[in-house]
Write a protein that binds this ligand. Structure first.
Ligand code: NAD
Length: 422
């Protein structure tokens, strides 16, 4: 079993990257780049990156993965700056990571608690970072950090200890309410409203990653008449051109073997070694909702969809999207515009914690705040997608891709921190 250190301390890293010779405005160095180390051995147990605080403290999740690197945390922190800025939230971008095996931690809750405790102690001095859950961490971990901070701050009313805490402690259940899926749903509707040849009803949808984001997105789209023709999880992939039964997929997704034990009709069933083949199946909408880099130059030639809505963070990259757009007429709607539902939920929770009158207003709209939060997410994503499509349509240079225009929008809003939609 992993041996934990006695203590974790912070070590500042040089934020300049000498490999970037002529940095552009979107490559400005992060404000804080920190290693979380065992002072006895110098071993790096994790990282904290505060990318940009022009809009407010850096809000972003804590990822737990055995192969996590400072570079990955830095890239994710940057994505949070863009997400929070594009959504006009009063937060900047930040991210943290712990280098360890989340499965080992899930098997040993005591060990995980001790590790989170050490991490919380170290995080306390990073005043400009606000944690949230990410892959490998959950609402209980955030509550633990929050309580540690409450003790140190002498108050239970603060933002520093994190967001997406358990509902019984005043948190918003991001995944249970399907908030990120709701944003993706709004993005699809926005495109439908602006493009006369695109209709959600009967549209064929493939979803990579049938987890919290993927399964809720499937439910929402199938409720309005879309056909979910393909889904995958870590165990396998299923494809049927006439559509899969979403209710059954939802019922089995958390069972051992996941969606692979689906009993309905399928035309193709791929095992774990072939799950990526699903990405190449013909469809209208492809939703990557699993890992980073699902779509790259490796498979860009074989993708057969019309539109890609990026549920996952960084499921592709600018080069691939440029190629897909300009050579294959496939538009990719960027992660930091369409998958912001979760972070908007976090922002609502933080504001409710700090501002009792806002809290009353949110709760007055019903369903413990879900009605208000859903509406804010829907309006934010719907309007941002519409604005970006209109801007792209108005350009004489047809080469510009959605991501480039989205980046411009996020950077413009970074310069106007007083504009807040919360
Ligand atoms: P999750 O852990 O609930 O689900 C992930 C799913 O992907 C699981 O079903 C897993 O089996 C599957 N998977 C993993 N690797 C795969 C692969 N190679 N091929 C196919 N399936 C694979 O996670 P989630 O909360 O649904 O998040 C999914 C993605 O969306 C992540 O990239 C996450 O960072 C991003 N995201 C999530 C939220 C949120 O609110 N949960 C918000 C923004 C972005």
């Amino acid at each position: 079993m992993t041996q934990l250190p006695n203590k974790l301390t912070l070590e500042a890293c040089d934020a300049r990257d000498d490999t970037v010779r002529f940095p552009t405005s979107d490559e400005s160095p992060p404000e804080q780049l920190i290693r979380v180390v065992d002072p006895a051995t110098g071993y790096s147990w994790g990282f904290v990156v505060v990318d940009n605080t022009r809009r407010g403290p850096g809000l972003g999740g804590i990822r737990m993965a055995p192969d996590l690197t400072l570079w990955e945390v830095r890239r994710l922190a940057r994505a949070m700056t863009l997400k929070n800025s594009a959504a006009n939230l009063p937060f900047g971008g930040g991210k943290a990571g712990i280098v360890c095996d989340p499965e080992e931690m899930a098997r040993n809750p005591g060990l995980k608690r001790d590790l989170i405790g050490l991490f919380a102690e170290a995080l306390f001095s990073v005043e400009q970072y606000i944690p949230a859950p990410d892959m490998g961490t959950n609402e209980t971990d955030i509550q633990q950090i929050y309580e540690y901070f409450s003790e140190r701050l002498g108050t239970g009313q603060h933002m520093r200890g994190g967001a997406a805490r358990p509902p019984e402690n005043g948190g918003i259940p991001i995944d249970e309410w399907g908030l990120t899926a709701h944003g993706l749903f709004a993005a699809v509707h926005s495109v439908e409203e602006l493009e006369s040849d695109f209709k959600v009803k009967d549209t064929r949808v493939i979803i990579q990653g049938f987890g919290n984001v993927g399964s809720e997105t499937a439910s929402k789209l199938s409720e309005v008449g879309a056909l979910i023709t393909g889904v995958s999880d870590i165990h396998g992939a299923l494809w049927h051109p006439a559509g899969l039964n979403v209710a059954e997929l939802n019922a089995i997704r958390r069972e051992p073997g996941g969606i692979f034990h689906y009993s309905g009709k399928v035309e193709k069933r791929f095992g774990p070694d072939q799950i990526d083949w699903l990405l190449e199946a013909p469809c209208d909408i492809l939703i990557p909702a699993a890992r980073t880099d699902a779509l790259t130059s490796r498979n860009a030639d074989r993708i057969q969809c019309r539109k890609i809505f990026q549920g996952a963070n960084a499921p592709s990259n600018k080069m691939t999207e440029y190629y897909l757009h300009n050579r294959r007429s496939i538009v990719s709607y960027s992660d930091f515009i369409v998958n912001v539902g979760g972070v908007i939920g976090c922002a609502v929770e933080l504001k409710m914690t700090m501002d009792p009158s806002y809290r009353d207003r949110v709760l007055a709209q019903g369903e413990n705040g879900k009605t208000y939060t859903d509406q804010l997410i829907y309006n934010t994503v719907f309007n941002n997608v519409r604005t970006l499509i209109e801007r792209l349509n108005g350009q004489s240079n047809g080469d510009v891709i959605f991501r480039e225009e989205a980046l411009k929008l996020a950077l413009e809003r970074l310069d106007r921190p007083e504009e807040i939609w919360l």
